[in-house]
Ligand binder design. Sequence first.
Ligand code: MOS
Length: 732
Amino acid sequence: MKFDTPAATNPIDQLKVVGQPADRIEGPLKATGTAPYAYERHDAAPNAAYGYVVVSTIARGRIRSLDASRARRAPGVLAVITAETAGPLDKGQYNTVRLLGGPEIQHYHQALGVVVAETWEQARAAAALVQVQYQEAPGRYDLAKLKNAAAVAPPGFGGPPDTARGDFDGAFASAPVKLDATYSTPGHAHAMMEPHATVAAWNGDQLTVWTSNQMIDWSRGDLAKTLKIPKEKVRLVSPFIGGGFGGKLWVRAEAVLAALGAKAVNRPVKVALTRPVMFNNTTHRPATIQRVRIGATPDGKITAIGHESWQADQEGGSSDPHVNQTRLLYAGANRMTRTRLAKGDLPEANAMRAPGEASGMMALEIAMDEMAEKLGLDPVDFRIRNDTQVDPEKPHRPFSQRQFVQCLRQGADHFGWSARNPRPGQTRDGRWLVGLGVAAAFRGAPVQTSAARVRLEAGGLLVVETDMTDIGTGSYTIIAQTAAETMGVPLHHVRVRLGDSDFPVSAGSGGQWGAASSTSGVYAACMKLREQVAGKFGFDPGQTAFQDGQVRSGGKAFPLAQAAGLVAEDAIEFGKLGEQQELSTFGAHFVEAAVDPYTAEIRVRRMLSVCAAGRILNPKSARSQVIGAMVMGVGAALMEDLVVDKRRGFFVNHDLAGYEVPVHADIPHQEVIFLDEVDPAASPLKAKGVGELGICGAAAAVANAVYNATGVRVRDYPVTLDKLLAGMPQVA
Ligand code: MOS
């Protein structure tokens, strides 16, 4: 099905199942611990041996010698595989660095091999016996120092690195009110609950991997390429995923090493990365330095807005599009964005939930708060004054839907924003200093081709198969809702099977495109099935209704179950609507924070997000996505910080004791409001994603609330008490 004109009225609009807050259909499996995650596929590979990954303890250089002889003789050991013994491997398509290092070392904790043994403990004990001598080389680890040598970033997934319109320099220089501020954000770890884990088994030259992966088709191809075997010879199975956040978009070392290990010992091998290895072995959200300049008239109209970003990555890497939101969020005739990338030697930087905007909004939305204060304007009002209904860089392009102002107004109203004291550091609640903060939420709404197969089975059961993944987001449920609505059956008549490369290729889970794209693919397949069913009963498909398990046309009706055996497969192909109009999602975050005036301890008290993101397919799972994203925003604001050892080139706090993320006690009351919206330009379901919208701007809203509470402006995330203490107001 081609989607190149805005959606007309269609079966989804009945909203009998879609749009309802259905419980997760796989919820009972997860709540009872019976959903089989990758490392637990005892059913599929009962005889699996255990692999333990050996990793580099230097960041850069060469292996002088690697002696695995003691490890090979250790109890229970079946094989030790290193780059020397692995046979020829190719660099996968999506990886900047080799997943198996040696003799060259490209980053700290790069995998150097795997020890395979009868038990995990034996594999771990033997891995400790592998003797590695290194020739260490100097590396580049300090972004602040690398910044000056940064070059224009290669064009990445976020469009061109640089854009300009009008005369930014002239307009900024002559602006009556201006802000020129530099912000920094540290690296972030995905820190998903389930580690990277794979069970691999060979049957002749056919490889099956049960793994934890967001993008089945990418990773199937990537793994095949790495192992130098045809893609058809690899099957990837990933039905349950304990979180990904972008860290599982690609095949990682454990999958390659499980496949190599299984080949070597001629039996299934399971490998998981241990938590302390994940932080440096896999990818992370890159640290940034960002300069934001805003010029405005005294009445608060932006005349010039500029945003520049700097990040570093390994040779061949790309930059997150940290400046993208600044191209679209606020009006202003004179504008400029620049994306700069330096070469560095820390582990590979890559996508993490809302790559680009999540970091970019951390800077832009503090800048907007600072600018509002300079102008003497309320920060909600300042944003409203600079709303735009067209792409400000390309004014011929309207937004398909843009209820940004509505989000701000409704949020301010609901949150009690009018009670905010614009003078910071003035409001007390007992001992605490209290402040309110606001920030915009903005994230693009990309869509991708997505295919599915639907089959009517005996008794009217509808089986949906697609390689789409559910990374905790609710894919199973919204796909079932889509199929049920389109075919006119109750939700419990639908079985959804996901995450298997034997199924039609979907959009996968990434970039907030999963929900809109995958449900559209399922819708396309169901519409094809409807045609077949109508044909079987001698009906005109355009004049046939599918409701309550019945197929009706003219005065006749048949039970849908009578069409058992029919199968349809189709894909949604998105045309140029997203070029003609800007498809984005919008929101507004409101935060109340309290700060202890003596210790500067920060407590987030209340959070509200108001979101406008097209039709909400399932308000329960969508809300969970947004509150989860808000939690990550609190982490980014106050805690998360991959601390770099700038001499040795690694992330020091590489476990969950040192890398802090919010826990329940850190998270207060959270509320999410979805505005009524349908976006016919977005997809046949008139829906967009929300999974990444909720993190964009959330950290800045927290930072702005802390500023309002204390009067101390921290521009270097995370906002921690040591950065507040010196400036705290004197209180009684
Ligand atoms: Mo997302 S960072 O594309 O999983």
